[in-house]
Write a protein that binds this ligand. Structure first.
Ligand code: FES
Length: 123
């Protein structure tokens, strides 16, 4: 089953400066995630605001019929993008979207905000 990373491209971390920065932190993070995800067979999409603004940068890892996860407080860095895609690959490989804690990349630990269970008719 396909796993998607939904990326908020309007996220701005504390200190973001509209006069000095050409792109939002969310746009910068999305640009780092997208090529890695594509190479790993993970789908991505950009959205404007997932209502977690104070925890920027925000993403959602989701797949039909699987547990989905809202995650935040990422920085638009290569390290965070790599950890997120690595986690998404494990999510894709799992039957129900449950990746054992021992397999979590270090870079996603502490970033989980909420889990969304699949709807009963999607399981
Ligand atoms: S702007 Fe990213 S969650 Fe609101």
């Amino acid at each position: 089953m396909t796993t998607w990373i939904t990326i908020c491209d309007t996220c701005k971390r504390e200190g973001w400066d509209a006069t000095a920065m050409e792109q939002t932190d969310g746009e910068a993070f999305a640009a780092l995630i997208e090529p890695r995800a594509e190479a790993a067979g993970i789908k991505t999409r950009r959205v404007s605001c997932t209502m977690g603004c104070e925890r920027a940068c925000n993403v959602i890892v989701q797949g039909a019929g699987k547990n989905s996860y809202s995650m935040g407080r990422f920085e638009p860095t290569e390290e965070d993008a790599m950890a997120l895609v690595e986690y998404a690959v494990k999510h894709a490989a799992s039957e129900k979207g449950q990746v054992p804690f021992r397999e979590w990349p270090v870079g996603v630990k502490g970033h989980f905000i909420s889990r969304h269970l699949p709807l009963p008719d999607a399981e």
